[in-house]
Ligand binder design. Structure first.
Ligand code: SF4
Length: 493
């Protein structure tokens, strides 16, 4: 073992989702394979829920929802977060700091899954810096280049030293090698961090955003996912965990106009069917858990590999309950749905987004209306719970197209389809990215960027813009219409 120790910290991200995130498990296995001593500290918790006497079962045990805390973690600056956050929350973070410090790790890698975890991360980082010289690097699903450029300028001094954009597997080992060959100085660690950021692709110091190192590009891809070690979740308390995550693909081989999956990662890659099935079987035997959620953007980027995985699982005779996101794709057949069912798929979510072929085409999605409808109905008919995401008020959606979405959904019964609808907003794009390419593509003129939008669950910019069909009042009216339609549709059950 090398002398450098890394502690991977799963930052609380404040959503009532009891599943652990896959990233830290894979990263731990990778750095251990490279000879480094690695531990995961899982401080994730439902930060939006305080202990309480009564609560609805879905809100978790003995906890109650606190909207004030939601507002605080979604403040538009660190100073505003400190003004609004309650003492009980900070006490919890202080306890977490003690746990992290006890690891005496030279490098701390924060995994930040959602934007609301950013201010708590900074608080933790600042507390750690009061008594330790650990280098703190933050990365995760919340970051792409533009987010880091923006947030970099908002990160206070003596907190997070480095941001990482791209795949941590390609960054952490060279970073640990650098620390091993030149220990972090007790003072002037900032200069050291800058020097490192200049050498390792995908790392940037917050003062300048990752932009200063952008010539290095985002962190390179792990070339073949088949070579990655199996995830190591040993440090998690799994007593309450019923579903494990598994990432079988990175990025996406589609190109939806609003989506940033190709910006947070490099090229599309997917594990071979055998490698994916082997890890699934290994993890389920090791941890005694049979429910898996595939955290890749989609599970059918490579249909051949998906079929291979399903066949190997079926041949293994093991029983699973599998779920994940699937793209509506004409390479898929009815037989594929049956195969997926027999492999254990019981829940699939489609990013349908609109019931209008014209709007779907402008989104870069499959526009064939009949195929989308019949494939979703077939999914339900084979026994897989079928869900669709709808993103109304897209810049190309006129009133007629909005109506088509309602008519499309109306062709399904409550037993056939679950769906949720949310309005598209320029300040919010998939994977939390702020996608200026998108703004240009639709010839939207950005008048002003007021900064972070307060109170939003996810990363959202408060933008003022013009030239699009949709404005705030149209969006609000459609939200009302969609809610009324949904109420009526549900009552038909
Ligand atoms: S929205 Fe889904 S299918 Fe489209 S590019 Fe993003 S991940 Fe791929």
């Amino acid at each position: 073992m090398s002398k450098t120790k890394i502690c991977l910290v799963q930052i609380p991200y404040g959503f009532n989702w009891k599943m652990i995130s896959p990233a830290a498990g894979v990263l731990k296995a990778v750095v251990k394979n490279a000879g480094y001593d690695a531990t995961i500290i899982d401080i994730n918790s439902d930060m939006l829920y305080k202990k309480g006497e009564e609560c609805a079962p879905e809100q978790g045990k003995g906890e109650e929802y606190t909207p004030e805390r939601l507002r605080a973690v979604n403040a538009n600056s660190y100073a505003r977060f400190l003004e609004q956050i309650d003492k009980e929350f900070l006490n919890k973070l202080d306890q977490d700091v003690i746990k992290i410090l006890a690891q005496k790790a030279q490098v701390l890698a924060f995994s930040i899954y959602f934007r609301p975890a950013l201010w708590p991360s900074i608080y933790i980082a600042k507390r750690i810096k009061e008594s330790a010289s650990s280098l703190i690097v933050a990365g995760g699903a919340a970051f792409d280049r533009s987010v880091v450029q923006f947030l970099g300028a908002m990160t206070p001094p003596n907190s997070i030293d480095l941001y990482c954009v791209g795949e941590g597997e390609s960054v952490l080992v060279p970073l640990l090698d650098a620390v091993d060959s030149k220990p972090i100085p007790m003072s002037n660690g900032k200069v050291w961090a800058q020097e490192i950021a200049g050498r390792i692709a995908g790392l940037g110091v917050p003062e300048n955003g990752i932009g200063i190192n952008i010539t290095n590009g985002i962190a390179p891809s792990s070339n073949t996912l088949d070579d990655l070690p199996y995830a190591d979740f040993d440090d998690y308390n799994l007593s309450d965990v019923t579903t494990l995550p598994l990432t079988i693909a990175r990025s996406c081989n589609s190109a939806c106009t609003f989506c940033s999956s190709r910006k947070t990662h490099n090229s599309f890659r997917m594990m071979s069917g055998k490698r994916a099935a082997d890890e699934l079987i290994y993890l389920s035997e090791k941890y005694g858990i049979h429910n898996f959620y595939f955290t890749s953007p989609i599970v059918n980027g490579d249909v051949i590999k998906l079929r291979d995985m399903c066949r190997i699982i079926i041949d293994s005779g093991k029983s699973f309950n599998l779920s994940g996101l699937v793209r509506l794709d004409k390479r898929m057949t009815f037989n594929d749905l049956e195969l997926m069912y027999h492999a254990g798929f019981r829940w699939i979510k489609y990013g349908l987004e609109s019931g209008s072929p014209k709007v779907r085409k402008s989104m870069g999605k499959l526009s064939d209306q009949d195929f989308c409808k019949s494939f979703m109905k077939q999914t339900s008919a084979v026994g897989i719970t079928t869900e669709a995401n709808i993103m109304h008020s897209f810049p190309t959606e006129d009133d007629e197209a909005f109506q088509e979405t309602i008519e499309f959904l109306d062709k399904f019964s409550v037993n056939e389809l679950e769906w949720n609808a949310w309005p598209f907003d320029l300040g919010l794009t998939a994977n939390c990215a702020v996608d200026y390419d998108f703004i240009q593509r639709f010839n939207i003129r950005l008048l002003k960027n007021n900064g972070l939008f307060e109170g939003s669950h996810t990363f959202m910019l408060d933008l003022q813009w013009e030239n699009a069909i949709i404005n705030d009042s149209v969006r609000a009216k459609r939200e009302e219409m969609m809610a009324a339609f949904r109420k009526n549709w549900l009552s038909m059950a």
